[in-house]
Design a protein around this ligand. Sequence first.
Ligand code: GCU
Length: 416
Amino acid sequence: ILIMSVVATPADLPPPDKLPSVAGLPDVLTMRDGTKITSKKDWEEKQRPELKELFQHYMYGRYPHLVEPVKVVVTGKVLFEDAKAFDGKGTLREVEVSFSEASWPKIYLLIAAPNGSAPAACFVGPNFGGNHLLTASDKVRVPTAWVPANYPGVEKGTNKATAAGRGKQADTWPLQQIVEKGYAVATFYCGDIQPDRPNVREGMRATLPVHKDGGPIDETATVMWWAWGCHRAVDFLVTDKSIDAKRLAVVGHSRLGKTALLAGAFDDRIAVVIPHQSGCGGAGPSRSKNEKAEPVKRITTVFPHWFCANFTAFGDDTTKIPFDQHALVAICAPRPVLLTNAEDDQWANPSGQFDVLTAAAPAYKLYGDTKPGADKVPEQGTLSADRLGYFIRAGKHSMTPDDWKVFMQFADKWLK
Ligand code: GCU
């Protein structure tokens, strides 16, 4: 693959405080210069690239390695393969994905696929604490990168994962349940690409030039690195014979749900996008009406590394952001996007996410879908499996086997 620049940073993007204020979610079909988009062609050639540019410059940082085009060769090496996993119904493998750029860290993809001849549709996404947390199999690699202290089996005081964590979070990515439904699933530890902590030049961030006075205001930030990692996982998956390259769905929970949405928006090879409880910085609007939802000010203070420095500047006035999160959903058009939520997780802003879906609909309509989403928030526990899908259940912030049932119900409609 050749990772290269599509659009260079336009010189005319003003600093955050010089941007005009817009009170509600900005019209997704109006360009910065006021041009109204009325055709699919203009959407794809004009507004979509402009929005991608704005999201990079003002929020997630630049898509990695665009400035200096790099030719990257992705190599997969099978570390182990168990063809009789899941009561003989599937194959469990771990693949070390490495890059021709030798300084880049490797990704370890845990892949579970149903046994059988036909290539399977596949869920792909990052996980929070390591592949070993997702299965009791002792063949699965324990990460050597920094891991957050509060995960099972992490050695006290050192942020090192240990084998004691094996299988302790198997419910978050229920491999067997997924395989039994005929789907494949591929996941990797997000921290192998970029550990989730600020101010340390490690992971992929270490491949960027060091600047004495901090990085550029739109330096690639952590959520972008994770999304980029998803794309590199996809590079491998599209070469894997057990996987159907045309039927990939990206999934992630919470901060990794923000990642899933960004990954889907920036890579058309991903057919379905499922950000679960992604909230602020994901499918939750920055201009929020929900008092219980996480504000931009809070997220950029507590997690300064997730977004680029430009985004922090909007903390006191989100009306100056020249887009909102519905535009990130709109970039995915016409591909199906499912926003899933929980009633007790107001922090992730379920109602605001519904508004985001509604405001993304005009882009989907350009592709001929006259009714891309539901008119009102569906009943709790009832999936709206429209192209702009929505689901809210009772309960709290978590990703559970029941959530996966909903993801698969959505995939049954769009990927079967
Ligand atoms: C925090 C953060 C959220 C994030 C969540 C998570 O609650 O404020 O934005 O989504 O962590 O990743 O679990």
